[in-house]
Design a protein around this ligand. Structure first.
Ligand SMILES: Cc1cc2nc3c(=O)[nH]c(=O)nc-3n(C[C@H](O)[C@H](O)[C@H](O)COP(=O)(O)OP(=O)(O)OC[C@H]3O[C@@H](n4cnc5c(N)ncnc54)[C@H](O)[C@@H]3O)c2cc1C
Ligand SMILES: *[C@@H]1O[C@H](CO)[C@@H](O)[C@H](O)[C@H]1NC(C)=O
Ligand SMILES: *[C@@H]1O[C@H](CO)[C@@H](O)[C@H](O)[C@H]1NC(C)=O
Length: 580
């Protein structure tokens, strides 16, 4: 075995030609990795906003073990905010790769691992541009990180420098007027959360489309990946709302993208995938007059019911899903062998009585079944977001892993295909996963303009079916990885077989899907690839399963190398040279 000192000596003796190949990103430990002084001088150019990663889990491991701090961290590990507040920690346990897992034993290793090595807490386009140029110059992997919600590992990366947008919280009400939209709009910085903009819009008597989880960043992955939310059936996808972006492109240049300027980039940023085309500095989106929200829940148990009767009642719900979504509602429901649960029935702009009326045909079929139904009227969207949504989404980090399939309306409304769909869902549920089904109508709204990069199959989707299993904190990374693969291969595949031309929502999908180009982007892929080539020709941005995401390939140590090349360790190259 080679001693460390020898390796270091060997490394420093290397000629530039033998330094980490330009086919691979420079990695910590390589001769090309910037020295502390280089990081320090870079830090000065970005106003001291450079942060070196010390994993938050380090208080749970030697040598930094601190019992009190560790217990406190464990208590909030499932809370998204725990991760959002840091410059490195991510909400997907699989991609954290147990690098410094607070739940692991004290003596387990704590490394930076798959977390970014450094991050710049950027405040403006200038910081972003400087960080990007530094990464380009030093050939270092770059990661754009906002709230780190990403289920597909795109907001972290081994050996990377992060652009951390959390502190870009500017918000402004603006007036917009063009051929497609005249009215109020809100311009928000990259780091604004759905909760932030919810409060701001409310103060102006307005509301915007954002996701269910108040901590997701609308200007980040949400809009760029498509974005479904409680107001989706009423106003459309998150991406359909965007009017303009300010973006730092792959060369570090700040550009404006809207219908007139850089309209190809504007098209791509609306649903063509996050972390791919540039760093969004701000997004300007449509804002609507605030509205009340009726919020319903309903459940019944299977206990005491004949199996046919129970499943018959579950099936009856699907009959009203089209009328619910066409009235602007978003129902979120699931069933298990034990119960049917309508977890959320979000009815923006509808009164309790109007919602009841929509439910009536379903309730009529529940005769003799004891169900619990509840409808709460909220007088504003903000009340609904902070009182109904926020508590439900409090403990979702490191919690589940899974993917999705978009179910076309015709599959549900035609009785023969519906029977097949229902049977497939039942089979998946019986195999131990849950299938959370979200009802939508995100077809073009009146006066809307949906010529954007959102996966086209969203437009005739009735149900976004999310198939997931719990993350097993006691299991190894390998075991959890295998469980996720089985969700794809054995479970989602059953739904995909019924609607192979549909696809999967890229923000809630399984990245280990060989068919990701078609399933996540559909017919848009090639056009998106040419836009990527134009704005990021050197692949400064890498997003696993993003457009062009196969340009770089993660090696065994998770270093990025260009596809078709393989990383050869410095020492091995040196050995080869010695042998000559
Ligand atoms: C608990 C939970 C609930 C969710 N609920 C919903 C929901 O209701 N509807 C929905 O549509 N999705 C939902 N999602 C998925 C969510 O939309 C995606 O994870 C989204 O990518 C998060 O974006 P972010 O910017 O907040 O997070 P991050 O993980 O920080 O970023 C996600 C991706 O966007 C990129 N990115 C971030 N900021 C920028 C920027 N400024 N410029 C360019 N790229 C950027 C990142 O590089 C990464 O690829 C949910 C996820 C979780 C974990
Ligand atoms: C960057 O500079 C700031 C301010 O001087 C300092 O607090 C911070 O620790 C520095 N970051 C690094 C990685 O050295
Ligand atoms: C990821 O975890 C595995 C163990 O499960 C480990 O061997 C590997 O080194 C980790 N990768 C990184 C980049 O830390």
């Amino acid at each position: 075995m080679r001693s460390l000192a020898l390796t270091a000596a060997a490394l420093s003796a290397l000629s530039p030609a033998l330094a980490a190949s330009e086919d691979c990103r420079c990695f910590p430990g390589d001769a090309c990795w910037p020295a502390e002084e280089t990081w320090s001088s870079f830090n000065k150019t970005v106003g001291g906003k450079l942060i070196k990663t010390v994993p938050i889990g380090s208080v749970c491991h030697d040598p930094q073990y601190d019992e009190e701090a560790c217990e406190a961290l464990k208590a909030v590990w499932l809370d998204p905010d725990t991760h959002i507040e840091t410059s490195h920690s991510v909400q997907s346990a699989l991609f954290a790769n147990a690098s410094c897992d607070p739940l692991a034993p004290r003596e387990a290793p704590c490394v930076v691992g798959t977390y970014v090595q450094y991050a710049v807490s950027v405040s403006n386009a200038n910081d972003i541009s400087k960080t990007l140029k530094f990464a380009n110059e030093k050939n270092i992997r770059l990661v754009i990180r906002n709230t780190a919600h990403d289920y597909l590992g795109k907001s972290t990366g081994a050996g990377a420098l992060g652009i951390w947008t959390k502190n870009m919280k500017d918000m402004k009400k603006v007036k917009w007027s063009d051929k497609f939209y005249k009215g109020d709009a809100i311009k928000m910085g990259a780091g604004v959360s759905a909760a932030d903009v919810g409060r701001f819009a409310h103060e102006q008597g307005l509301v915007i489309v954002s996701g269910n989880c108040p901590s997701v960043g609308p200007a980040g992955g949400f809009i760029q990946g498509g974005g479904h939310g409680p107001l989706g059936s009423k106003f459309g996808m998150g991406a359909d709302q965007a009017l303009e972006f300010e973006v730092v492109d792959g060369s570090g240049k700040l550009v404006v993208a809207n219908r007139r300027k850089n309209s190809d980039l504007f098209w791509a940023l609306r649903g063509g995938g996050p972390g791919t085309f540039g760093v969004v500095v701000s997004a300007t989106v449509k804002a609507y007059p605030d509205l009340p929200v009726s919020f319903g829940t309903l459940m019944f148990a299977s206990a005491g019911l004949a199996e046919d009767r129970f499943y018959g009642a579950c099936k009856a719900f699907y009959e009203i899903v089209p009328s619910l979504v066409d009235a602007g509602c978003v129902p979120i429901f699931l069933f298990t062998p034990e119960a049917f649960v309508l977890q959320e029935l979000i009815a923006p702009g509808l009164t309790e009585a109007e919602l009841d009326k929509l439910l009536e045909p379903f309730l009529a079929k529940l005769e003799g079944i004891q169900y619990q139904k509840n409808i709460v009227p909220y007088k504003s969207y903000l009340d609904f977001q902070s009182e109904a949504l926020a508590p439900m989404l409090k403990h979702q980090a490191n919690f589940i892993q899974g993917g999705s399939w978009l179910i076309p309306r015709s599959l549900v409304t035609e009785s023969e295909s519906f029977e097949k769909y229902f049977a497939a869902v039942k089979e998946i549920v019986n195999s131990g996963a849950f299938v959370q089904q979200l009802g939508f109508n995100v077809a073009e709204k009146e006066g809307g303009d949906i010529d954007n990069a959102v996966l086209p199959s969203w437009r005739d989707t009735l149900i976004h079916a999310v198939v997931a299993v719990p993350w097993n904190p006691a299991g190894s990374i390998e075991e959890n990885h295998a469980a996720l693969l089985s969700v794809h291969d054995d479970k989602i595949s059953k739904l995909a077989a019924l609607a192979p031309e549909s696809g999967s929502y890229m923000n809630e999908a399984i990245p280990f899907n060989a068919n990701w180009k078609k399933d996540f982007y559909g017919a848009n892929y090639e056009k998106l690839e040419s836009i990527k080539d134009k704005y990021d020709p050197h692949h400064t941005f890498h997003a696993f399963t993003g457009v062009g995401g196969d340009y770089w390939v993660e090696q065994a140590d998770k270093r990025l190398c260009k596809a078709g090349t393989e990383y050869v360790k410095e020492e091995e190259k040196k050995d080869e040279k010695d042998e000559l």
